[in-house]
Design a protein around this ligand. Sequence first.
Ligand code: PHE
Length: 478
Amino acid sequence: MHNMDERKGFRSNLGFLMAAIGSAVGLGNIWGFPFKMGRGGGFAFLLLYLLLTAVCGFVLLLSELALGRMTSSNGVMAYGAVSRRFRWVGWVTPVTAVLILSFYSALGGYCVKYLVLNVGSLLGAPWGAAGRDGATIFASLIGNQAESVIYGMIFLLLNLLIVMGGVSGGIERFCTVGMPALFVMLVIVIIRSCTLPGAAAGLRFMYAPNFEPLRQNFLDVLKTAGGQVFFSLSLAVGTMVTYGSYTDRRQSLTKNAAVIAACGALVGLLAGMAVLPAAFATGAPMEAMGGPDLLFITLQNVFGKMGPAGPIFGILFYALVTLAAASSSVSLLEVPVAYLTDRSRLLGRGDRRRRYTLWATLVAAVLCAVTCADGLGTNGLWVPFQRFFAGAERLPVFCESWLSFLDMIAEGLLMPLCGLLTCVMVGWDLGPDAIRREVELHGNRFASYGFYRFCVRYVTPLLMLFILWGQLKNFFGF
Ligand code: PHE
């Protein structure tokens, strides 16, 4: 008989891995990592990044997956189930997730628009991108409030449909098809990008070892790398706790965590080979090598100059980015939805997933619409605190636009705080031994337990504290 109260998870471990890797791989890897690596010392930065992935990323990822699985709960309830003192931290997770989802969807909407533009170019339609400069296209998109909002809503609608389909029927299915497709498209784009004349400069910028930035600004580079590890592995927003709660107890958590962390780093490296050689080949200025400019101006110009094949590569590339963004944003939407459905199930009302997915999406839609209408700060919308700092020499980053403002609360404040407290909770309140018991279920081995225990109690919390400081410094500019 079909049980209404049953909590359904991923159908297979592969499906779980695809969903978790899909969550990790997103805009952060594609537009953040390559440039940060190039700026931060190339190969030298990579070593630091991998070190942080091990002592910070892997440790926290494993803790979150185990936390979810041992409690079979969403973020909110998982923290409450293991600790009285840290119960409130659980409440931070859906709030952060919805905030990130809102501005992430605004950017996702832009990706969809660029996909459409390139389809238009292929068809030779007047609404295509043909013959127009990337900067003009982008300025007219963000300046057109109605259009931006509509595309943001289209992207959110896609999320709504996937998450409504359920964990295995929606998210797992989407990611199991989407992730391999993303990989194939990435390889095609890499081949094209690396064979453009002048591409070598991009590869040199990203990969050539350069210890100078480390020598001069070690702490700066460390905090950039730390923040990146953190955001790009989708940590401290309840996502990995929630996904962990849908996994099978027979599977090895350590192996899964290692695979997810490794794939996150690998896709960052691959994304660099796809975007930077092409960006350098067009001779774009340094400032346009990262962030929204890279994706929506520099690369569109690359496709614009490629001749008849341009729109085809444009379609491939923006489809790839849209996929990467959507597989991340569904994991954000799942955080509040998991809480609401778990709660409803406990109250004996069945999961009512459809209704709650709609609610959560609507909240995100309001903030997303504001972010879109604000157009990265170009449309003169009121932004919190902007008036207050109007007299200052330089506006702090967080009040430059709605996107920065939401990002500051989420990525600047709540995420590192939640990461820090999760470590302290696991290391000192719950105790690493509880994680060990969860990992060792069904005869799985935990060979790295000594390392894990030491990190989660001492190394990771200290690094997290440092990252928190770094993020605050970034956003407030002190
Ligand atoms: N990891 C995603 C990226 O790199 C962003 C993300 C953060 C997704 C937190 C889910 C949770 O773009």
